[in-house]
Design a binder for this molecule. Structure first.
Ligand SMILES: O=C1O[C@H](COP(=O)(O)O)[C@@H](O)[C@H](O)[C@H]1O
Length: 246
């Protein structure tokens, strides 16, 4: 299945347009199925999109009590740590909309009931998502070196095909210990939206879209069963070859 690429003129426009797109998609899925599942990402662009969802006049069109919220990856830190993707997503959106707390599914923190053991946190999340991997929308960020989720180039997680969630250690981007869906799990999602901005991402975006090896560039291996959408700004799209003229 081919990737669809949408280029926005600035990070701000990308965040606002992607927020509108996300609201529309959630409403459509809820109209068809009654509820929707949404997997959140951390990172600058992903959090900016959530802030724009909150700010949108259309935010109330979503039945937030019927959204199952998951995370694609998490920094393995104590609950409430400002670096946790969960903390940032709650501040940006989830604390401000009427989600059902029982349907919000964060990955375990390092000071929780499971103890300071990222493998236990990963195993618990794997059990939670095992039957639910056909997420309606999986939001992803992309790192400068091509990581997505917390799957970094050449890290053991990039080779994982059995477990849907793994502990990741020695990440090149701090914090070093994380819990992450695998690429194999991500490919079970119905729609995957990769969102990234900035000139420092241009090389990774161009390589991913030209079919790079996912071991070297994990974002190249992220795709949805029905749709893979790349949402980028002009700077991040700068090295993507123009399509041949019709
Ligand atoms: O550490 C992470 O970074 C990536 C990308 O973040 P960005 O700030 O460069 O957009 C993100 O996708 C991931 O969820 C997060 O844990």
């Amino acid at each position: 299945m081919s990737h669809q690429v949408v280029v926005h003129r600035s990070p701000e426009l990308l965040a606002a347009a992607t927020a509108a797109r996300l609201i529309t998609r959630l409403v459509d899925v809820q109209s068809a199925c009654g509820s929707a599942s949404l997997v959140l990402t951390g990172g600058r662009t992903g959090i900016a999109v959530l802030e724009q969802v909150r700010a949108s006049a259309a935010c109330g069109a979503v039945d937030w009590s019927a959204v199952d919220v998951f995370w694609g990856d998490e920094r393995f830190l104590p609950a409430g740590d400002p670096e946790r993707n969960e903390t940032q997503a709650r501040a940006a959106l989830l604390d401000h909309v009427p989600v059902d707390p029982a349907r919000v599914h964060p990955m375990a923190p390092s000071d929780g009931d499971l103890g300071d053991d990222p493998d236990a946190a990963a195993a618990a999340y794997a059990s939670l998502v095992a039957d639910r991997l056909a997420f309606d929308i999986l939001l992803l960020g992309v790192g400068e070196e091509g990581h997505t989720l917390s799957v970094f180039p050449t890290s053991p997680a990039v080779y994982e095909t059995e477990r849907p969630v793994v502990a990741v250690r020695d990440c090149p981007k701090p914090p070093p210990t994380r819990v992450s869906l695998t690429l194999a799990a991500a490919r079970e999602a119905t729609e995957v939206w990769l969102m990234t901005t900035g000139a420092n991402k241009a090389e990774a975006v161009a390589m991913a879209l030209s079919g790079a090896d996912e071991v070297q560039l994990p974002a190249a291996g992220a795709r949805g069963r029905e749709r893979t959408l790349w949402l980028v700004d002009t700077a991040a799209a700068a090295k993507v070859p123009a399509p041949p003229a019709a």
